[in-house]
Design a protein around this ligand. Sequence first.
Ligand SMILES: Nc1ncnc2c1ncn2[C@@H]1O[C@H](COP(=O)(O)OP(=O)(O)OP(=O)(O)O)[C@@H](O)[C@H]1O
Ligand SMILES: [Mg+2]
Length: 330
Amino acid sequence: MTATAADTLLEVRDLTKHFTLHGDIYSRLAGEKAQTLKAVDGIDFHIRRGETLGLVGESGCGKSTTARLVTRLIEPTSGAVRLKGEDLLAFSAERLKRARKEVQLVFQDPYSSLNPRKTIMQILSRPMEIHGLARSWTEKRERVLDLLTRVGLGVEHIDRYPHEFSGGQRQRIAIARALSVDPELVIGDEPVSALDVSIQAQILNLFRDLQEEFGLTYLFIAHDLSVIRHISDRVAVMYVGKIVETAPAGALFGKPLHPYTKALLAAVPEADPAKPPPRLTLKGEVSTPIDPPPGCRLCRRCPNETKICSEVEPPLVDVGGGRQVACHNL
Ligand SMILES: Nc1ncnc2c1ncn2[C@@H]1O[C@H](COP(=O)(O)OP(=O)(O)OP(=O)(O)O)[C@@H](O)[C@H]1O
Ligand SMILES: [Mg+2]
């Protein structure tokens, strides 16, 4: 389904990031052949205002690279990224600075993402200073106190340092820092993966409450399907640099269509031992993104494989109901 320009906040078209391995002069002198690692290889997706798109896939499939590309922390090899209908890759320095306010990232590890030498007041007020959002010290302090309350921390925490907090509390601080500049899109790159399961649910609920309160849009990255299920309106499934299926969350979890999505869902341990065992498993190891052969990336692992799969890359096509799937043999 194509979203209209007005309700689309982020749109990605044929986005590609290839890394060259062993391409430097020393590797060549050592006789090593240059290789292309196709971290992100022609992906398309969009996120509508106010929704949460969950991006799920195994380690190394290109999720973080996608997050870095859409925030322009790294430059793509090719493709287009449109933020609020504007070409992100053509932004001037001034427009890019505004984009850095509009789009905020929350990372996995709250231990390394907060400067240990700064107090919470300093950590949360710095982005406001950079973007000129609060003039006086009193105004900044008021905003910081308000943020702390909104993320479930106490006003007494304002002059403490990151090491005085638990992992879950630190992630609340990281979320407060993202919110400190009134963003529109928040990208969470595995923001709950480093936390205990009991704390994960609290932080996920916080994300949902804040989304409602501030009308936020989320790109939520995780490898854990239960996390994705809890938080997403729509889901995009990634496999070795490609998006293989996108669908509304209910439809995807109710009836996965792509063989890889089916295998991912089947691999989730069933809480009820009376339920039947996994319906589908894949043979072999995760395919490599380094100089991948032509055809479907799931080739040689897929139970539905036919001749065309090793020859032609399946495009992501509309299958109705707001779903898209990249498979020759549905
Ligand atoms: N700067 C880089 N140079 C070379 N290869 C890179 C670089 N950054 C990422 N890659 C490779 O690109 C692929 C995708 O990496 P990415 O970090 O996007 O995966 P991911 O899906 O976020 O994985 P994880 O779940 O482990 O965080 C991996 O094979 C990775 O080794
Ligand atoms: Mg990652």
